[in-house]
Ligand binder design. Structure first.
Ligand SMILES: C[S@@+](CC[C@H](N)C(=O)[O-])C[C@H]1O[C@@H](n2cnc3c(N)ncnc32)[C@H](O)[C@@H]1O
Length: 277
């Protein structure tokens, strides 16, 4: 695990960040935040889907199973198409920064997805190698149709639980086990939102008071943190998503239906049902 030094220009207090949705680059914003100031991170980063090696969701796919994918154009301000090594480097830098921000009893719930690239499973261990992964939670999603004869229909994502040494769950919450079942979110105009239940499970399984989501999108983690009476910090690069997140938090926007609602789609090397990253 790389070590991150605190930025000498970092704020001395976390208070100015509390209960805000901040529009900006997550690494840049996190570098200004004080060390050991956060209890929990819950996030789902961009999955870098558009760098597919197969006939997957490449830029400009206008026909076929990906044509109506909500992520066809990437995110509003992120194209989701980095060279793989740069993507891994970026995600490791983000995790390194979060480790600096976490208190010594803090933890990270880092949601990601395995996929098949060139016929071989690509797990995400290259991102988390060296970080103190304590557990891998399986998020069982709804099933789908299998267009690929080469492998079974993928029906789960993973959540890496990465912990500082003193992290403990809230009393009796270990009974949730390490397989969680939530249907994917269908009623949110963001292209890849969390279902509300997922950040809810993560947050209420802990006693964390300050929760950070550095890729907050439509603000689901922040919304749930607020509902549970905790403090949130959400960061997203997209002004539109930040606006949506703020409106959800303020209660001025109920979740609207997806414009491109595709419940199941697949390529030769990917299968994503309902939610895609
Ligand atoms: C998988 S989505 C998160 C969705 C979120 N969990 C929700 O419930 O809406 C990933 C998010 O990362 C954001 N993003 C991409 N690059 C970023 C960056 N450099 N800094 C901050 N946010 C970024 C995208 O705009 C996108 O909203």
């Amino acid at each position: 695990m790389e070590l991150s030094q605190e930025n000498p220009n970092a704020e001395s207090s976390i208070v100015p960040y509390l209960n805000k949705i901040i529009c900006g680059d997550s690494l840049e914003v996190m570098r200004k935040m004080p060390s050991e100031s956060i209890d929990l991170m819950v996030t789902s980063p961009p999955y870098n889907l558009k760098n597919s090696t197969g006939n997957g969701m490449k830029a400009g796919t206008k026909t076929g199973r990906w044509a109506n994918n909500p992520l066809q154009n990437g995110y509003a301000h992120h194209d989701d198409e980095m060279p793989h090594d740069k993507y891994v480097e970026w995600q490791r830098a983000c995790l390194t920064e979060v480790m600096r921000l976490l208190k010594d009893d803090g933890a990270i719930f880092y949601n990601h997805k395995r996929r098949v690239q060139g016929g071989i499973m690509q797990d995400r261990d290259d991102i988390v190698n060296g970080f103190p992964v304590r557990q891998i939670i399986i998020w069982k999603r709804a099933g789908g149709f299998n267009f690929n004869p080469g492998y079974f229909v993928p029906s789960y994502e993973v959540i890496y639980l990465i912990c500082k040494p003193k992290f403990k769950l809230a009393p009796k919450k270990n009974g949730y086990t390490d397989v969680w079942e939530f249907p994917q979110e269908m009623k949110n105009k963001h292209p890849a939102p969390f279902p509300i239940g997922l950040p809810h499970r993560c947050i209420e399984s802990t006693t964390a008071q300050i929760i950070l989501d550095p890729f907050s999108g439509s603000g689901t983690t922040a919304l749930v943190a607020k509902q549970l009476g905790r403090n949130y910090i959400g960061i997203d690069i997209s002004p539109e998503y930040c606006e949506t997140a703020q409106a959800r938090i303020n209660g001025t926007e109920t979740i609207s239906l997806k414009e491109n609602s595709l419940f199941t789609w697949q390529t030769d090397d990917n299968l994503y049902e309902g939610k895609s990253h």
